[in-house]
Design a protein around this ligand. Structure first.
Ligand SMILES: [Zn+2]
Length: 182
């Protein structure tokens, strides 16, 4: 399903703080044209200024887990939008800080900053696996956009139907997994 290739502990990309709970699986896109999962691993492993990271990176060839799934990654508690002077938070289950309560999956993009269908499928398998593992429902798979209003993953914000299709496939797959277990 995925390979563990953890970055070194450091304050900005892997603080080593334990997650308080796993309530949602948060989907992102990297927005870095043609940058692979491994290249993101290398970048986050040497980044020491910018507070940004994620648990998983999915590209055409592999899925890397770069931050352990019981630790905090900095992926979703950004200040993308304010409403009436308040920080916008569209997913109440993740208050006060989504980074302490969720896992994150970054989908790598091609040169047009599009998400290839193979990558979407690989991300789907992973998201469903994580839902099954952590007793979540397919409706617990959400977009970064749903938390902070950040335009991420942009192809799924521009075309919400694409995200709905992703989620209905997740519903089916999760049902299958749970039936097989019984
Ligand atoms: Zn994002």
């Amino acid at each position: 399903m995925y390979k563990n290739k953890w970055i070194e502990k450091n304050p900005v990309t892997r603080p080593g703080i334990k997650l308080e709970a796993i309530r949602k699986i948060v989907m992102h896109y990297t927005a870095n044209p043609e940058m692979t999962a491994h290249e993101h691993y290398e970048w986050l492993n040497q980044e020491r200024k910018r507070y940004a990271s994620a648990h998983f990176f999915v590209d055409r060839n592999e899925t890397l887990c770069v931050v352990p799934t019981d630790e905090v990654a900095y992926h979703a508690n950004d200040r993308a939008r304010f409403v009436n002077g308040e920080l916008y938070r569209g997913t109440k289950a993740l208050l006060p800080d989504a980074n302490y309560l969720s896992l994150s999956i970054e989908m790598c993009v091609d040169r047009n900053i599009e998400i290839a269908s193979e990558i979407e499928m690989r991300a789907l398998e992973l998201a469903v696996f994580l839902c099954a593992k952590h007793q979540l429902e397919a409706t617990d798979i959400i977009r970064h956009f749903d938390i902070s209003g950040k335009f991420c993953p942009a192809p799924w914000v521009n075309n919400p139907e694409r995200f709905e299709q992703f989620r209905s496939k997740a519903v089916q797959k999760l049902k299958q997994i749970r039936q097989e277990k019984n």
